[in-house]
Design a protein around this ligand. Sequence first.
Ligand SMILES: Nc1ncnc2c1ncn2[C@@H]1O[C@H](COP(=O)(O)OP(=O)(O)OP(=O)(O)O)[C@@H](O)[C@H]1O
Length: 865
Amino acid sequence: MSSWRRRLVVAMGDELGRARAEARALAEHTAAASEAVRAEADALITGSTRKQAKLGAIHRRMIETLEARRENAVAASVQAVRDAAAACAPAAAGTDWASWEPASGLGRGAAPLLRIGRLAGDADLPALVPLLDRAHLCVDAGAAAALPGLLLRAIGSVPAGRVRCHVYDPEHLGGPLSAFAPLGKAGLLSFVGPSGLRETLDSLVEEVRRVNADVLAGEHASLAELAAATGRRPEPWRVLVLQGASLSEWHAHEKAQLARLRRTGIAAGVHLVVVGDQVEDVPRLETAGYSGLGAPVRLDAAPPLPLITAAAKSIAEKHSAGREPARLVDLLPQRLWAESSATGLEAALGERPTGEIARVTLGDNPPHALVGGPSGSGKTNLLYAWIAALASTYHPDELALYLLDFKEGVSFARFAAGRRDPSWLPHVRLVGVNINDDREFGLALLRHLKAELRRRAEAAKAHEATKLEELRAADPAGHWPRIVAVVDEFQVLLEARDAVTEEAVGLLEDLARRGRSQGIHLVLASQDIAGIEALWGRPSLVAQFTLRIALPKARRVLAENNHAADTVPRFHAIVNDESGHSGANKCVAIPNAGHADAWEPLQKRLWEGRPADNEPPALFDGDHIPELSGRTPRPETAILGQTIDLGAAGAELALHRAPGRNLAILGTRSGEAADILAAAALTAARAQPIAVDLCCLETDAASGALNLAAALEAEGAQVNWHDSLTDACKDWESRCDGTLRLALWYAVDAGSARLDAAGREAMRDMLLNGPERHLHTLGWWRSVPRLREDLGGYAARFDAVDAWLALDVQGPELAPLSPASGGPAWYPRPRRGLYFDRARHRAPQVVIPYMTCAHLPNAVLDSLA
Ligand SMILES: Nc1ncnc2c1ncn2[C@@H]1O[C@H](COP(=O)(O)OP(=O)(O)OP(=O)(O)O)[C@@H](O)[C@H]1O
């Protein structure tokens, strides 16, 4: 082969080898690339599969969450619908027949809707239809079985007797509704025969006219609106059932009356239920539903006949027994303490026979009230109801109450804090209980009110105001609540012809006349005519009490020719704000306010809401014996006992250097006399250093005197014990060193009888001249003649004894010591004394001797030990 050929073959071989190598390299590269792409694709596929799985899970979870939410929302809505249904159809309007009984769920709200069955579907929702106050109703013949249930719910879900039915059923003459017959006896149901149709329609049209003219009187568009505004429904609902009435065959007059009732009845509480006929514009109840509901309904089975009969009987009985008395809680305002008392005090006292709330006013007119009724007629209960209404309506800054009960009881004790119940009524400033014979408590109240009257009159003058309303406007920062003073059995205060009655009448007259403009109101209650008659003799006083409240059988509270109280039913009162004149009588049912269930929750609520600075009321308790307090009097003063006034102040005896500054305690009650001497000495010793000469001539009082001596020494007093009066009087001048010196003599007369002439002379000299040397005798004589004897016999003057405190000494016996001729009107009673200081008092005052034993160490026992 030629060389060029060989060279060509070699070159081609090289070329082919290179090409083959390149092709191999390319093939390898391509294979690697495709492997990479496949791996990438695999990775992508795996990633997206995972993502898809994740998304799938998320989606599932979302679906589940949404599903759960939807189910919850549906359940909540179903519950809300059920709750709303239960609120719209409470108690007997919506309860299943299995547990059904007549029970009014009517509060202050609208008339209930009535259940007829349940809505078709799984949700078990009640189907309610409107009737009372809202609609008329046509019932298809096929749904007529629902009629007894519908009527039973309507009748049973409002207070007994508030639905009256008229049934016109010419075909069956009321047969299908005969189970309701017991209502007929109570006048709540009438079956109307064919001949009675016209009359029934006419009378219902007349009812609508009357309600519009007399009850709604242009002030309200409907009875429902009136009830919403006032909380009371004065008229019953009337339901006319027309069953198989063939309306198309009626005469023109009946048709026209029916059309009138259809147009105007609902507002006046007159409703049509037409079975088996259609009436234009009236919703229909059919087998499958109610035209206003828009959803199919499964009607309830009819109630069992015995259930209807029993309910009809019970409703009829309740209705025949009369209106259910108003409940206290229903009369109270919905918002506590919302009113201002600037112009007066208005309180819901009870309910009128029409259902209207009866309000009584105290203000410029009428300013004061007289309440009368024999024992057990409900006077105290009425006062409770009145106080409850006032205290709920007005804030304690707007109203202050002073409550005093002269009965032998504790009617008003509930208003003060007690051991069982620590709450009090925050408006009450004073409560008087167990007052019994202590007419002075009444006087103390009237004096306090008189002082308040004066304070208000002065403030009014300073602000150029003529009455409380103007004073409050002129002095908005001032504290000027209206005051109501309630005195139960007030006749006790005026029953004797004495200084207490005289002063009480004067104070009452003044308060009654001027209290009107200063916002001080009196409510006087009495169970017998005596009290009223005590006032009757004072026409100007009685004339101010223009509000009269007479309980059953009350006499003379109303005007003479007004006999309404003779026939007023039990637990009712005649309220008359025109001085008892018969034209102004209002019969009012009073709620039971005395019962603890009614009262206690209210007082607790008011007490818990009291202002931070509210103090408990002062308490006058006639049965309580006060303890000697730790109070220190001014220097040269001794405290003998507690006076009867709002501040429970001490009865003071001034012991300054002046003739006559001695005290005679008169009477035989040794314990009380010893208590008075102890209180006087201990209080005087607290105010300044004193010296004491003690002489006890009565063995019963000896241990008390010894204990007192020890107590006085403990107070820092210098004490000398004298075994006889001779000893106590001898050389008295030598003991006078300028310090206040008290000679405490127990049972002076037991020793004075044994004094010789010199001793007698020394005693008289000491009594006459000691006080000027600051030696004051506080002596206990057991009778007035014995005191007189010791002062010089029959013709003796009492100049040496300015002050006396009588215990069991009758008024006439005190004549020689008294400013009133014939002596003060004083009828001794336990733990009470009559105190008079010629230099200080215009008239004697009653004091309650303190118990002092807690202040006296038992020195006798100590010395024996
Ligand atoms: N409106 C009422 N509703 C129910 N019970 C009442 C009502 N009014 C009074 N009562 C009851 O009648 C009884 C006598 O009432 P209350 O004590 O108020 O009469 P009173 O006239 O004050 O009698 P007294 O002077 O003898 O105390 C009490 O048991 C009381 O609970």
